[in-house]
Write a protein that binds this ligand. Sequence first.
Ligand code: B1M
Length: 213
Amino acid sequence: MKDLLTNISDSLQTGDYEDIAGLVQKALDSGLEPKSILNDGLLHGMSVIGKQFANHDVFLPDVLMAAKAMHAGLDVLKPLLSGEDTGIIGTVVIGTVKGDLHDIGKNLVSIMLHGAGFEIVDLGKDVPAETFVDAAIKHNASIIGLSALLTTTMPEMKKVIAMVHERGLSDKIRVIVGGAPVSETFATEIGADGYAHDAARAVTLVKQLAEVH
Ligand code: B1M
């Protein structure tokens, strides 16, 4: 018999968004850790789909269904991943850059940062550079978090950083970047204040930059 995590991964791959919440709940009830359900179930399935998509074994509608299933599964895990609200220790403006509609990773980063006690202003996806900067000013945020999943939208990150500098805000606002095609080297090249490979490391980075320990 297949185990629950394999069932969750398989359901994500087949875009079974109606059943996946029940499977995730069943896994929680059986005592599995939320992080294991996320990493070994949902994210495992998404990584398989990503490779199949790259090889043209599945197509865009399949990926859309998988994303829908991912959101349904994440909805169940969200309160458990974000944990107890420890009180607001800083504000982070976050979003996926202009031209880019991938928001699953950005949502995970938001959930984890919220759980670590940060107020999150989530601007969503396809966000123009000036919207990030305007929101950071409006909400008195010390960090802007940028996500990009396409090599073609990575240059948008540089635009946000340039705008922060142009408006003389670089000593008040730190810009961090992340997303599958983004690297430490790229972050340094564009003058970002930090890069995080995943959501957990984004929390450590934001805490360092916001000087919260
Ligand atoms: Co698209 N897509 N997609 N896609 N998609 C990729 C990214 C791709 C790599 C697939 C492939 O070819 N193998 C490829 C990009 C190739 C490239 O640029 N070189 C691609 C493509 C080509 C496209 C389209 C152009 C396809 C088309 O139309 N022909 C199109 C573009 C649309 C657009 O954005 N304008 C497109 C569309 C879509 C869907 C809408 C169908 C869907 C997105 C749905 C959604 O997000 N709501 C989708 C999906 C799901 C994927 C894959 C399969 C999975 C992405 C994902 O959610 N991963 C992806 C393949 C892949 O990445 N392997 C692919 C899970 C997520 C948790 O990981 O987002 O990496 P990730 O986030 C991680 C870290 O990166 C990091 O932490 C997260 C959690 O640990 N992180 C940060 C992310 N943001 C961060 C910010 C930080 C710090 C860390 O600080 C602020």
